[in-house]
Design a protein around this ligand. Structure first.
Ligand SMILES: Cc1cc2nc3c(=O)[nH]c(=O)nc-3n(C[C@H](O)[C@H](O)[C@H](O)COP(=O)(O)O)c2cc1C
Length: 388
C-alpha cells in the first residue's frame, strides 16, 4: 500500500517554540502554508480544532477552493454542532473540494477545554456521543430516504439531506484517542485511526488494540493507522541534535513565560498539570522512562509540553528520520503525520528531503512483497499440477 503523508494546516504562524506574528486567522499565511505542503509532496493537511481558535471548516473551504490536489482532514468536535447540520457542512465541503475531504471526529480529552464551549459530559459519555454522532453523519451522507433517529444524545424525525458528498459511498472518518472508550468507539466507526508517535513496541500494542476493537465491533475491514511525530531534521546528525536541544530550550522558555497557559487550563502558568487524556498520560510515562527510543524517537519535546498531543520528536538527518518512519510503515502504519516547529520551513524541508526517501523505499518494499506473493502463487499452482 502506498504510504500517505499528513501535514498541518495552520491559520497563523505560531508554534510551541515561536510566538505568533500573524493574526489568529491570516488568510495569506494559511494559503502559503497549505501551498507549501501541496508543492512539496504531501497528501493531506489537518485543520485542527480548539475552543477560541478560528473555525477550521471555512478555512478548509478556502484552501480547497484555492488548491487543486491537497486533501483536507477537518477536525470537528461533536459538541459544537448538531449531526445533521454537520453532515451537510461536510457534504458541501466535499463538493467544494471535489472529493478531498476526510473528517477527524474529536471527542475532547480535557473537561475544562470542552466546558469552554458548553460541553459538560464526562470523557466516556463524550465518546458514546461521538459514536452516535458519527453514525448519524454517515447515514445523512448516504441516505436518499428520509429517516428518524432516537438515540441517547440525539432525537429527530424525517431528515433527508439535499446535498451529498462527491466521494462514494462517503468521505473518510478519522478518529483519535487512547483510552478504552476511544478504542471501542473508533474501532467500530473509524476508517483511519490516529495515534500519537510512541516507541515501536508501544505503537505495535496500540495497533493491535485498535484492530481487536474493530473485530469486536463485527467489522471485516480494519481501520488504516496513522501515527504523528515532530521531526527535527538537519544535514548532519550533530546539527540535528543541536537543533533538538535548542527546540526543547525554546519550548521550556515559552512555557515558563506562561505562553501555554490557555492550553493547560488546570495548572498555574509554567506548571505541569496532569493531563486527563490517556494519550497524553502515555506520552509522559514514556518520556519518564527514557529520552531515546528505537532509531530516532526523542521524548523531551513531549515532556516539555506536558504530553500535549503530537509531541514526540524524530531527530536526525533526513535519511535517519526516513528510516525511522519506515520502521513504523513496516509495523502496519499507513499514514505518517509530521509537523515541524517552524511550520512553513519545516513543511518544505520535510517534503523535499524526507518524503521522497520514504516513498521510494515503500515502493521497493511493495514491489518485493508483490513479487514474493507472485512466486508463492506460482509454486502453489505447480504443486497442484504435480499432485494432479
Ligand atoms: C492525531 C490526533 C489529532 C487530534 N486533533 C485534535 C484537535 O485538533 N483538537 C482537539 O481538541 N483534540 C484533538 N485530538 C484529541 C482526541 O480527539 C481525543 O479527544 C483525545 O485524544 C482523547 O483522549 P484519550 O486518549 O483519553 O482517549 C486529536 C487526537 C489525535 C490522536
Amino acid at each position: 500500500m502506498p504510504v500517505e503523508f499528513l501535514g498541518i494546516a495552520a491559520t497563523g504562524d505560531g508554534s510551541e517554540t515561536t510566538p505568533r506574528t500573524t493574526a489568529a486567522f491570516d488568510r495569506d499565511y494559511t494559503l502559503r502554508l497549505a501551498r507549501a505542503h501541496e508543492d512539496n509532496g504531501w497528501d493531506r493537511v489537518l485543520f485542527a480544532y480548539a475552543a477560541g481558535a478560528p473555525d477550521p471548516a471555512p478555512a478548509a473551504a478556502y484552501i480547497a477552493a484555492r488548491l487543486d490536489r491537497l486533501q483536507i482532514l477537518l477536525a470537528h468536535r461533536p459538541n459544537v454542532s448538531y449531526p445533521t447540520f454537520a453532515a451537510k457542512t461536510f457534504a458541501t465541503l466535499d463538493r467544494i473540494s471535489d472529493g478531498r475531504l476526510t473528517v477527524h471526529f474529536i471527542t475532547g480529552g480535557n473537561d475544562h477545554e470542552q466546558q469552554r464551549e458548553g460541553d459538560f459530559l464526562t470523557k466516556d459519555q463524550r465518546y458514546d456521543r461521538t459514536r452516535e454522532y458519527i453514525r448519524i453523519v454517515k447515514q445523512a451522507w448516504t441516505s436518499q430516504e428520509a429517516f428518524d433517529h432516537e438515540g441517547e444524545y440525539y432525537r429527530f424525525n424525517d431528515f433527508v439531506s439535499d446535498v451529498f458528498p462527491v466521494q462514494s459511498p462517503r468521505p473518510g472518518v478519522s478518529f483519535g484517542g487512547s483510552s478504552p472508550a476511544a478504542y471501542a468507539a473508533g474501532g467500530a466507526e473509524a476508517d483511519i485511526y490516529c495515534l500519537w508517535g510512541e516507541p515501536l513496541a508501544q505503537t505495535a500494542e496500540q495497533i493491535e488494540t485498535v484492530r481487536a476493537a474493530a473485530r469486536a465491533a463485527g467489522r471485516t475491514d480494519l481501520p488504516r493507522i496513522q501515527v504523528a511525530f515532530r521531526p527535527i531534521i538537519a544535514p548532519t546528525e550533530e546539527l540535528a541534535w543541536e537543533k533538538a536541544y535548542r527546540t526543547v530550550d525554546a519550548i521550556q522558555e515559552r512555557r515558563r513565560s506562561g505562553a501555554f497557559a490557555r492550553r493547560q487550563p488546570a495548572g498555574a502558568p509554567g506548571s505541569a498539570p496532569a493531563p486527563e487524556n490517556t494519550g497524553s498520560q502515555r506520552l509522559l510515562a514514556i518520556a519518564e522512562a527514557g529520552e531515546r527510543y528505537d532509531r530516532a524517537l526523542w521524548t523531551p519535546t513531549a515532556a516539555a509540553t506536558g504530553g500535549a498531543g503530537n509531541s514526540n520528536a524524530l531527530v536526525g538527518t533526513p535519511e535517519t528520520v526516513a528510516q525511522a518512519l519506515l520502521d513504523y510503515y513496516d509495523l502496519g502504519v499507513d499514514i505518517l503525520s509530521a509537523r515541524g516547529y517552524a511550520l512553513l520551513d519545516d513543511a518544505v524541508d520535510f517534503g523535499r528531503y524526507v518524503i521522497p526517501i520514504v516513498r521510494e523505499e515503500v515502493a521497493k518494499r511493495d514491489a518485493e512483497k508483490a513479487a514474493r506473493l507472485e512466486r508463492a502463487e506460482r509454486d502453489r499452482h505447480q504443486l497442484i499440477a504435480v499432485q494432479a
